[in-house]
Design a protein around this ligand. Structure first.
Ligand code: DGJ
Length: 737
């Protein structure tokens, strides 16, 4: 891995064994992109890759020089107002009203390792030899503004992490109206664009379309990353599938408003833009002030989408997630939400915990409803202490100790960013809401958003949480967030600084997370937002797992977890078994299938276990035991998608241990097929010439090559529900000694 600068050609070549990324300082001092893709041999001069020349209607950067027209050049971090005409990467409004900028190269530095981004989540290294970073300092001579473009290339991964820092070194304040984290111009547009989109209860469905001339993209203006569009997109060739072909992927380490889009110009070049959504952002930079963008992660592979996912999984699991839980097997959870809602008694929840213990579960989570006057969703948010001692006679401390006495760990639900009007907090601080002056704040789920851009608000919430955490033995926190942001105005800021509030809100969320994880490093955090509305890489930096969706129906979950697996590791996906008919879709699926889906995740149950029949209890006991036996493999193995539920009736996936000696395969059928075809699963990731035993049946063994190329035969008898609707099977493979 290296970053080489050629003094002669003024080119930076960032490369490792898998990728090359080449930037050139152009004749006028601006930066152009010469190449991004599969590794090419290094040489000192790639300048032939910069095409230019005279074209009608084109605008040029110098008089009598008809080579470089921004519109026809692959720009590295494009500006606006000077003849590019495509989507700019930044926009700086000067005091005189002009928004034309012209940044030129000043200097650069290359160093081993990677720096953290202050106050923001970002990738990290454990040793400086894992990555090399290039920082290029650019300056606008007229305004004095500086920008530092930062690129980190990892040794082991086909990854480039990009971000930008702006600094006002001029003499007057300016306003940043747009500050994207990455922009890249690709020389052709012969791609399909794939995104993870959906809504509450059907998050991260895979959507794919062919690129067309014009702008296509996704984003969020909802204040958080959202259930609607995950901060991710990829470009792939039409022939690319899970195992072959080129993929350019873009993931954004951020939990607030974001934009990911592709503009294809009428000469069929594709510009990808990734960053904070400019529609809800403007940042006044006073003299000497800085603005740091969040980080965009670029992954390139020519080995298909599964390989891309392997890169994201390993990178995000080991160089984005942090803390003691990063590499630790996650406990089997029993959560009371779907069983009781917010109305419960201590006896009731203790009985659920006790039943969980008997079935092998390890951690009981008390969900919504334990604090303030909370019996429904109209009251109590903001009052993070127990006031209803009829519900919890000895408070959280008492309940937590009783749960621990059962031999279970105890976890607790919070929704730190929210407030109900019927709460002590709102009565004491009505101005702590995000609210536009003179207007009534818009309700959602009867709740309002606290102004986390204000330090005193974050401090107050921290103090309440700290009071609880310092007294009770709490091993896990589910941090929920159940509405989008509206009237995003902060009463303690000047009119000029209101454009900062969306971003400062998220910085406030990050700062509260950071304080809590620093003070309570042993607590396992699970982020949540009405299910999976804030399942993003930013959150993973603080909470190594996230509640994937409120939709716990087995069939829907196969699709949600399959889509989520494009970017996010199995260990990050909270996945629980719940009752049927399912509370979200009313569907009835076999208990075995619900377990077979959820065990490819941070596994748990979400039901009143006492209501199970003895036969069902046996099934659950076996599921928990199987999961615990193979937990490391299921949560941290290499995950392969085998069959796609978005295009087929059957879905399948598998996970393989690092040494390739073990694997677990999951097969899921949507509708039963009358007199259907035989079923073969073409496995992946095994050793070609090792022999494997399936489900401990020692009378037969199969070479990895057989299982991968001839296929593993799925017998109808293997399927729970005898091959009917929503049937499934899980197979455990072990290499023969
Ligand atoms: C939404 C979450 O996704 C659910 O799991 C549950 O915690 C509820 N909120 C509680 O209000």
């Amino acid at each position: 891995m290296s970053i080489v600068f050629s003094e002669i050609s003024k080119e930076f070549h960032l490369y490792n064994d898998q990728i090359s990324y080449i930037i050139q300082i152009l004749g006028n001092g601006e930066l152009g992109n010469l190449y991004y893709g599969k590794r090419i041999h290094h040489k000192d001069d790639f300048s032939y890759l910069l095409e230019g020349g005279l074209r009608s209607l084109a605008v040029y950067t110098k008089e009598n020089d008809y080579f470089m027209s921004p519109q026809y050049t692959r720009m590295e971090y494009p500006d606006m107002g000077r003849g590019d005409f495509r989507e700019p990467a930044y926009e700086i409004q000067q005091a005189n009203g002009s928004n034309t900028s012209s940044f030129i190269y000043r200097n650069h530095r290359i160093f081993a390792g990677k720096k953290p981004l202050e106050g923001l989540p970002s990738l990290y290294v454990e040793s400086d030899c894992e990555a090399t970073t290039l920082e290029i300092l650019m300056q606008d001579q007229l305004t004095g503004m500086e920008m530092t473009l930062s690129y980190t290339v990892y040794e082991k991964y086909p990854v480039i992490a990009r971000s930008v820092r702006f600094k006002n070194k001029g003499t007057k304040p300016v306003v940043l109206n747009r500050a994207l984290s990455a922009s890249i111009d690709l020389p052709d547009a012969d791609f399909e664009m794939l995104q993870l989109s959906g809504a509450w209860s059907r998050e991260r469905h895979i959507k794919c379309r062919k690129l067309q001339q014009g702008i296509q993209g996704i984003g969020s203006r909802r204040g958080i990353s959202s259930a609607e569009h995950n901060p991710f997109l990829l470009l792939k060739r039409e022939q690319t599938d899970e195992t072959h072909g080129e993929v350019y992927a873009f993931s954004f380490i951020y939990s607030g408003n974001h934009i990911e889009q592709v503009e294809v110009d009428t000469n069929d070049m594709a510009r990808v833009s990734v960053g904070i959504h400019p529609d809800t952002f403007s940042w006044m930079l006073r003299l000497d002030e800085e603005f740091q963008t969040p980080e965009a992660v670029l992954v390139y592979t020519d080995q298909g989408m599964n390989e891309m996912s392997h890169v994201f999984h390993e990178l995000y699991r080991t160089r984005l997630a942090r803390g003691v839980w990063r590499d630790k097997e996650r406990p089997v959870i029993i959560n009371n939400w779907e069983a009781t809602g917010a109305q419960f008694t201590e006896d009731q929840v203790l009985q659920i915990a006790q039943a969980g213990k008997e079935l092998g579960m390890e951690l009981f989570v008390l969900d919504d409803g334990w604090f303030g006057k909370r019996d429904d969703d109209k009251t109590g948010l903001g009052d993070w202490y127990v006031t209803n001692f009829e519900k919890l006679p000895e408070g959280i401390e008492g309940l937590a100790k009783k749960v621990e006495a059962l031999g279970m760990k105890f976890g607790l639900w919070f929704e730190p960013e929210m407030v109900n009007k019927d709460s002590d907090l709102y009565r004491a601080h009505p101005d702590w809401l995000l609210c536009a002056p003179g207007r009534t704040p818009s309700p959602s789920r009867n709740q309002y958003v606290l102004d986390f851009s204000r330090t005193e608000v974050v401090d107050a919430v921290f103090d309440m949480m700290d009071q609880i955490l310092s007294k009770a033995p709490i091993s896990y926190i589910k941090w929920d967030m159940n509405r989008y942001l509206t009237e995003c105005y902060s009463t303690d800021k000047s009119p000029q600084d209101q454009g900062k509030v969306y971003h400062q809100y998220i910085l406030g969320v990050y700062s509260l997370y950071e304080r809590l994880i620093q003070k309570y490093p042993e607590i396992l955090f699970e982020s949540c937002s009405s299910g999976g509305a804030r399942f993003d890489p930013g959150m993973l930096y603080y909470a190594p797992q996230a509640w994937t969706s409120d939709d716990t129906d087995a069939y829907e979950r196969v699709r949600i977890q399959y889509g989520t697996s494009l970017v996010y590791p199995v260990s990050s996906m909270g996945a629980h078994v719940s009752v049927v008919p399912n509370q979200q879709v009313g569907r009835v699926t076999p208990l075995e299938t619900r377990g077979n889906v959820a065990m490819f995740g941070a596994f748990g149950y979400e039901m009143d276990l006492q209501c199970l029949t003895d036969e069902e209890k046996d099934i659950v006991r076996r599921q928990v035991a199987f999961f615990k036996e193979h937990r490391r493999l299921l949560q941290f193995g290499r995950f392969y998608r085998l069959q796609n539920p978005f295009t087929e009736n059957d879905a399948a996936w598998m996970t393989v241990s690092e040494d390739q000696n073990e694997a677990v395969v999951g097969f899921y059928r949507k509708m039963g097929v009358p007199n259907g075809p035989w079923i073969r699963l073409y496995l992946q990731g095994l050793k070609e010439n090792a022999k494997y035993i399936v489900n401990d049946q020692t009378d037969q063994s199969y070479f990895g090559s057989e299982l991968m190329h001839a296929g593993m035969v799925v017998h109808r008898e293997d399927l729970c529900g005898d091959g009917g609707d929503f049937c499934s099977a899980v197979y455990y493979l072990k290499k023969q000694a």
